[in-house]
Design a protein around this ligand. Sequence first.
Ligand code: PHE
Length: 449
Amino acid sequence: MQNRSSFGSKFGAIAATAGSAIGLGNIWRFPYITGENGGAAFIIIYLICTILIGIPLLLTEFSIGRYTKRNVFGAFRVLKPHSHWYFIGILGIATAFVILSFYCVVAGWTMSFLAESVVNNFAGKSSLEIQDSFGKFVDSGWQPIIWTIIFIAMTAYIIISGVEKGIERYNKILMPVLFLILLILVGNSVFLPGFKDGINFLFKPDFSKIDGSVILEALGQAFFSMSLGMGTMITYGSYIRNNDNMLSTAGSVALTDILIALLAGVAIFPAVFSFGISPTSGPELVFITLPNIFLQMPGGYFLSLLFFLLLLIAAVTSAVSIMEVLAAYCTEELKISRRKSGILIAVIIMAMSSLCCISQMPDSAIRIAGMNLFDLFDTLSANYMMIIGAFLTTVFAGWFMSKAKLRNEFTSGGLYGVKLFPVFIFIVKFVAPVMIAVIFLSKIGLLRF
Ligand code: PHE
């Protein structure tokens, strides 16, 4: 076996994993999906899914990765050599392509907003004008494509230079700064006229809004936000050192991830209600809300600069973790050099992301199942591919993987969480697969209550 790299310290592993988990999924996707699914009741289900299924699944993926020390495809090959379980790996690789295709577009928007903030382009604009100019930007097609391509090149550059030294180091410093800015925005929210409406929307549940599709969205968001069900955490798990306590790593990552999403919600929704923006605005929600918030804040110019810069960094650290799934596969299985892998992957993603941008133009003919490619890829990955990937992974770990191996990884060789292991196994064997299956089947109409 080749000499594989690993994260340098436990804190490094937490920083890198948290860097993967915390990204546009928390600050862009969480608010818009919450807005489309009615608010508080959705959030409660999202929290249940994260804690009950997300954390055990994160530990499962870490265990598979750390035990096999392989990429997502190789991992299942090592565990069950003459079987078809490597299908999970193939699905993971496909999912990574699909996610990156739209994720990089949103990261491109972030870059353009950063540039607009630098030249103070939002100054003096009304809420309507801001919405309008964002609409024109997306409609143009070519503008988002340019930013997206720059972003992909940047991500590939980091992948080519190796993850540990770059990502691990930056994450440690930058994630706390992002957190701090979010806190400032939350503090500002309190003074907005729509504060009460925003908070009610986020925390006062109306369970009549819940149906199968809302529950699936919540589960999908939980997986998306924690980078689960497609191999990222298997790949990162393979870089975790053998005697590091995975349990506390998984716990801290999950809690920070939830906290950042909720803070983003508290920062965004009071403004949504104050500026007359619709909570169901979809993917553009955060981008039309944020400039308004910054405009009316003292020091808004600098805060907006800093915020978009950090959002960009959060996006890069997540995009790198998705691309790493592909890079680890190319280098380990296809024996392509890291450099060539990075270039190859980047070119494919650039083409796919450009198609996403083109399909968002007003007269575009690219529509599948009534959606443009961007929306299709977003829904397809979180609500279908990651759900199926997660389901198969728990079934595999619960029913087909040796308990001794799993136990050894879960407890880091009997060091931590020995008493929790039976609970973990119960969830992985029964609770998680059954819950995922029921949620998925009821959404696609194969199961009715
Ligand atoms: N969790 C990341 C975010 O919230 C997105 C992501 C999904 C990263 C899947 C890796 C794998 O932005």
